[in-house]
Design a protein around this ligand. Structure first.
Ligand code: PMP
Length: 400
């Protein structure tokens, strides 16, 4: 029978990671204590002053439609933030506020991609990138990052992936899932290639506030006028301010592109939530102390998790510089046996870790990189220590 679904819908893949998460939930319901390292979500509550600002806005009746791209006060506040934090000069009308960075990305893709246009995506990468690109009619072209280079792509690799059909490079730093951070020098070299070959860059900077060891976050858009003119910066409130459920993100773009995104958004969803926009101004203009405190806590967890992973035989884990993920190499466990079953790949290992060690991790193949797993340390220290002890126990006592 001919499918009733559009070709577009037939192409899109649901989240692979959901299956394990559902299983973990089911196990929890049965009373099994599961340590969850799957989530890309801060475990902290949204800072109180931001919540209060939203309550107040509701009380004051800020509950109506707003301009599609966001209220002017918020776009000014974002413009100030981009200048102060990132050295970027955007006018408020170049900033489009959306219901999360994910929504900003889909607006951008619909504004830029013609059928068959190629989008270069360094992998491992966040899995929504290629699904969204495909939904918009584009063709994802992957560059496989090398473990020795912290999975960061080189200008040569970028250069050789560019074709006449390349529309833009989709860059993410700090990177989900590896926690890698591109340095200024690395970005300068990538920017040079983009300018010379005249391709655009979509720069997802959602984890910018989560960098450690004195590393600095650099926006590729800040590296000269020519790259600025070709870049669209994406950012949001989910990670820095622990505001995942509020759904608030934004993009800053050359005016013509911002205008197209505004028109698309006005037809697809209208404005992002009115009172959340007020709370987001408070997030940007209020105390940044909670951001610093959360970063310090993530840092402690990062160090502890890596320390404990490094003690597990056959697991190789380096210290990531950003975001809240670690991405250990588990190749040494593949082909071994545990509980009468061969650990044939990262997906099997992830399922076995859930079933036999009661810890939830995400297989690297979800991010198009086999032989690795991703663990999020956006969870409390007690869970980290308990979970890593279980992992160690599983490998030392059951894998042979
Ligand atoms: N980009 C990356 C790299 C992410 O990891 C995420 C969230 N997992 C997002 C964007 C989406 O964030 P938001 O909640 O703002 O839609």
């Amino acid at each position: 029978m001919v499918s009733r679904l559009s070709l577009r819908a037939q192409q899109v893949e649901g989240s692979k990671t959901l299956e394990l998460t559902m299983k973990a939930r089911e196990m929890r319901k049965q009373g099994i204590d599961i340590c969850i390292f799957g989530s890309g979500e801060p475990d902290f509550n949204t800072p109180q002053h931001i919540c209060k600002s939203a309550y107040k806005a509701i009380e004051q009746g800020v509950t109506k439609y707003t301009p599609a791209g966001g209220i002017s006060e918020l776009r000014h506040a974002i413009s100030d933030k981009l200048l102060e934090d990132n050295g970027l000069q955007y006018k408020p009308n170049q900033i489009i506020v959306s219901s999360g960075a994910k929504h900003s990305l889909s607006n951008i893709f619909f504004a830029l991609i013609n059928p068959g246009d190629e989008v270069i995506i360094p992998i491992p990468a966040w899995l929504s990138y290629w699904e969204q690109v495909k939904l918009a009619g584009g063709v994802p072209v992957f560059i496989k990052g090398k473990e020795d280079d912290d999975f960061k792509i080189s200008p040569y690799e970028l250069e050789s992936a560019i074709t006449a059909k390349t529309k833009f490079l989709l860059l993410n730093s700090p990177v989900n899932p590896t926690g890698s951070v591109y340095t200024r020098e690395e970005l300068e070299k990538l920017a040079e290639v983009c300018v010379n070959r005249d391709i655009m860059v979509v720069s997802d900077e959602i984890y910018e506030k989560l960098v450690y060891d004195g590393e600095e976050h650099v926006s590729i858009a800040s590296l000269g006028q020519e790259i600025f003119d070709r870049t669209i910066v994406v950012n949001g409130f989910s990670k820095a301010y622990a505001m995942t459920g509020w759904r608030m993100g934004y993009a800053a773009a050359p005016l013509e592109i911002a205008k197209a995104m505004d028109d698309i958004q006005s037809q697809m969803t209208s404005n992002p939530t009115s009172f959340v926009q007020i709370a987001s101004i408070t997030a940007l203009k209020g105390s940044q102390e909670p951001v610093r405190e959360m970063r310090e806590e993530y840092n402690r967890r990062r160090i502890r998790m890596v320390e404990m992973l490094q003690e597990i035989p056959r697991v190789v884990c380096s210290m990531p510089k950003g975001a809240f993920y670690v991405f250990p190499n588990i190749q040494g466990l593949l082909g071994k046996k545990a509980m009468g079953e061969t650990i044939s790949n990262d997906e099997v290992l992830s399922r076995m870790l859930l079933e036999h060690a009661n810890i939830l991790v995400v297989p690297g193949s979800s991010f198009k990189t086999e032989n690795f797993i991703r663990l999020s340390y956006a969870t409390d220290m007690e869970t980290i220590e308990k979970g890593m002890t279980r992992f160690l126990d599983f490998v030392t006592n059951h894998v042979s």
